[in-house]
Ligand binder design. Sequence first.
Ligand code: SF4
Length: 428
Amino acid sequence: MKIRKRRIYFRVFSGNRLTIPLLLNIWETNGLDRHFDIHLADAAPGRLSIRPGEDIREGDVFIYSFMTPHLPWVTEEIGYLRSRAALAPILAAGGPHVSAEPDLSVDCGFNVIFRGPGEDNFLRFGRDLLSGNLTARAAMIYDDQTLDNKSDSERKVESWEKYFPISAYLKTVPPLEIARGCFWRCRYCQTGGENPCYRSLDSISVYLEELRRRRLPRVGFISPSAFEFGAEKPGHPNVGRIRAVLERCRQAGFNFIEYGIFPSEVRPDTVRDDVLATLANFVANRRLTFGAQSASDVRLAAIGRGHRVLDIITAVEVANSAGFAANLDFIIALPGETAADRRELLELMKSLKKKYRVYFQLHHFSPLAGSPFARRLPSYLSDAERQIFSDLKKDGLASNWWLAGEKSVKEYFNWLKKKIPVIFKEYH
Ligand code: SF4
């Protein structure tokens, strides 16, 4: 009799497309995936549906990776999955929100939680599923602290050498994460606060070979502070290390190399002539993405950025001189942000636009679990300010991505107020 394999559903949506290939790679590298019936549940947020005749079976597994503002629709889907199953499926969750607030994630209906970096935890999870050690009835938290006596950074580096965001189940290959962690501790960010780890050149070469094998022409990287890749201390780019990465790309035959652009960001205070000259020799992108974040020195200090407005202006000027246009990321509605801060932003954008090749990418503040601002409320825009900022898109000056962020954070707080008022009250 043919034994039916356990079905595993990876819940894919726009917010985790960079993560899912890595999770699959961990199982594929260790030969686990072939023991399971793998499915990609790819749907817009809140739109997961199980087709008639495909009802959930005992032992089915649904894997989620998400961030704090996604909680309303994620819990809605969890409710839907539980309502469709006579026998509850195993519901597993990881990602920055879950790492920081595992108890809340259990309350939301997940019974398997991953804390911290995913590699080793996810491998253990796969092995436990295979050996039948997990059921939908018991809660299980996979935490790196329980693995061995190694430090976080030792473990992180070891896992990096082994895994890549490359999966046989997906045609596309996301950019490669080459740095994890960040020297800085910006208060809205979940990433900072620990010395970064860097992927080795040999590991990068393995990734490049796989891209070539798949005939993919383009290569890009993820580094939270792009010009600090390989740096030994904050604010001191290691141009030799950056050049070595780009040379590997060139040697591997790539002409379309991207660096210093989304999904990476460049801190304005790390922009230096020698780094720009190196990039100009290798990369295809003629734009760089700078994390500017605020146009007010007071606000930059309050959010712990560690640079000033003047650094932003200088970075734009130097980048333009080296042949790069600048995409400037700003966050609006930061906690404590005032109407005067926003006026400063409008003025800065207009004055930069007059002199330089710039474009502005506006994001709305959202409190992220695990960040120092995890329990802070946005400083919402007034109706008049909303109109002014919305018009910037029409005028071709700035993106209006912030509108989606504003909608999602408002939905999050409406949901929280109704579902978990005790946590809502912690926000200020
Ligand atoms: S926002 Fe950027 S620079 Fe600041 S802590 Fe996060 S990753 Fe580092």
